[in-house]
Design a protein around this ligand. Structure first.
Ligand SMILES: NC(=O)c1ccc[n+]([C@@H]2O[C@H](COP(=O)([O-])OP(=O)(O)OC[C@H]3O[C@@H](n4cnc5c(N)ncnc54)[C@H](OP(=O)(O)O)[C@@H]3O)[C@@H](O)[C@H]2O)c1
Length: 251
């Protein structure tokens, strides 16, 4: 037992069959928390759970709100109340708006944004009743402002930052902590398909450490690496004429 596992006996992570969700699950399990992991790939979840006694697998598609409620009932009856949630499930389709694909827009909204809304809907009534809990979701530095070739992804990530800002004061009054996690580029299956240079690319293990440290510190925004964060925050404070002049170089 350490401070982390005393504070969070039970953690639920969506999108935990790979990448940031998986590494964060492993990190928290190493610290003694019980971590219930969800995603669609049953085989990957089972393999991760088999390798760690503190991890259990609970397959779910985040677009299926009823299944998410079943998962919460299942994991809380087996491992006790969920103290911390990390909603990491996400999808990314890089595309120029000239090749607009409405289906990909819909999928991105359904997984990245509505997936978080439905996951929150599954756990929030229980946390409100207990007046206790910590909810977090993974947005992105791509949510700070419009970036080329990321119209659907960026829009969902901006919506996630906005939603976190919106719900934080109300939930804080109910003793529920809210955190939004904004990574830059991290080497995962999601970014492996990127053909463009990815400045300040991080390893998922290092990103998971930043996530856990930020959650332990109860930070509202957990953003990294600092170079990427500050460059994009700076660009997004510029007047639009200058912002677009600089951003145009990325097209
Ligand atoms: N990597 C980066 O550079 C980066 C930067 C900023 C933000 N992010 C965000 O970080 C989060 C994790 O991404 P990652 O980089 O770790 O990529 P990843 O390795 O591809 O992980 C994505 C996870 O989401 C799950 N998922 C996708 N659709 C789902 C659905 N409908 N229902 C349930 N789970 C679903 C995937 O599992 P299944 O396929 O098994 O369902 C997988 O576990 C995403 O929200 C992403 O947008 C990543």
């Amino acid at each position: 037992m350490n401070n982390t596992s005393e504070k969070w006996k039970h953690v639920w992570i969506t999108g935990a069959s790979s990448g940031l969700g998986e590494y964060t699950a492993r990190k928290l399990a190493e610290k003694g928390c019980h971590v219930s992991i969800s995603a669609r790939s049953e085989d990957k979840l089972a393999a991760i759970a088999a390798a760690h006694e503190n991890i259990s697998a609970h397959p779910a598609d985040v677009t299926d709100g009823e299944r998410l409620k079943e998962v919460i009932a299942e994991i809380e009856s087996a491992y006790g109340p969920v103290d911390l949630c990390i909603f990491s499930a996400g999808a990314w389709f890089q595309s120029s708006i000239k090749d607009m694909n409405v289906e990909n827009f819909q999928k991105t909204i359904d997984v990245n944004f509505m997936g978080v809304v439905k996951s929150m809907d599954a756990i929030l009534p229980r946390m409100l009743e207990r007046r206790n809990g910590h909810i977090s979701w993974i947005s992105s530095v791509a949510g700070y402002g419009g970036l080329p070739n990321a119209a659907s992804y960026g829009a969902t990530k901006a919506a996630l930052i906005h939603m976190a800002e919106t719900v934080k004061p109300e939930l804080e009054a109910e003793n529920i902590t809210v955190s939004v996690i904004n990574p830059g580029f991290v080497r995962t299956a999601l970014t492996d398909k990127n053909k463009f240079p990815m400045p300040f690319l991080m390893e998922p293990k290092d990103a998971a450490e930043k996530i856990v440290a930020g959650l332990e510190a109860q930070k509202f925004e957990i953003a990294f690496p600092w170079q990427m964060v500050w460059i994009l925050k700076f660009l997004n404070h510029l007047p639009y004429w200058l912002y677009f002049k600089l951003i145009k170089r990325l097209v």
